[in-house]
Design a protein around this ligand. Structure first.
Ligand SMILES: C[S@@+](CC[C@H](N)C(=O)[O-])C[C@H]1O[C@@H](n2cnc3c(N)ncnc32)[C@H](O)[C@@H]1O
Length: 213
């Protein structure tokens, strides 16, 4: 990590701090709410209350705050201290007790057992070894009946030739999800701009999946 990476991410947090949460995390929150109402009255099958999410590469916290507003407990992790500072500053005081934060590298951080692992646009910034190891640990951290929500880059993304990043073929992502039921899957390409206005060919793979076993 260099100072210029940190400067880049600092500008990213300024631009994105007030942006809405991604559809993936909103969809996951809705699916848990549907589970809860389907199980209402069946005491033994009750879901944990509050539910617990780990947000990997939280950035300025658009997804973490959506989870907190929905009543979740959240552990938000990012390697950049500026991300955690921005998230904490932007979190209303009444939601702060449910937020834990950690400045850590995703490739090494312990991912505790949880109801939801959320990773939006963060895991692609790991090189292949770190990406697949962290992806495997993320899937393993999800309790049975819990979910993973992710925004990944596919192999036709403009970053796919960067050896410091990982942009797998969508089929490889799907096959890693064998013990999961895929509930939301989007595989799309678009020529547009990054949050900082740079032109980029995006190949986005977005998913929400529920652990079956
Ligand atoms: C494109 S931003 C996305 C932030 C946020 N999830 C969002 O959707 O707005 C990527 C984030 O991943 C973090 N990140 C990248 N590589 C990381 C690593 N190895 N360990 C921890 N965080 C990392 C960056 O610091 C940055 O905050």
């Amino acid at each position: 990590m260099t100072d210029s990476d940190s400067d880049y991410w600092a500008r990213y947090y300024e631009v994105t701090v007030d942006r809405p949460a991604w559809d993936t995390v909103k969809r996951a929150i809705e699916l848990f709410a549907a589970d809860r109402s389907a199980r209402a009255g069946i005491v033994a099958a009750g879901l944990p209350d509050p539910l617990f999410a780990v947000d990997l590469g939280c950035g300025a916290g658009r997804d973490a705050r959506e989870l907190l507003r929905a009543g979740w407990r959240v552990l938000a992790v990012d390697r950049e201290p500026g991300a955690i500072e921005t998230l904490e500053k932007a979190t209303p005081a009444e939601l702060r007790p449910a937020l834990q934060t950690r400045v850590a590298d995703l490739a090494a951080v312990e991912i505790p057992a949880c109801d939801l692992v959320n990773a939006s646009l963060s895991l692609p910034f790991l090189a292949p070894d770190g990406f697949w190891h962290t992806w495997g640990r993320s899937l393993a951290a999800v309790r049975v009946g819990g979910r993973i929500a992710a925004k990944l880059f596919g192999d036709r993304d403009g970053s796919a030739t960067d050896p410091t990043m990982t942009c797998p073929p969508p089929a490889a992502i799907r096959s890693s999800l064998a013990p999961f039921e895929i509930e939301h899957w989007v595989d799309r390409e678009e020529d547009t701009q990054t949050a900082l206005g740079e032109p980029h060919h995006f190949h986005m793979v977005e998913l929400v999946a529920r652990r079956l076993e």
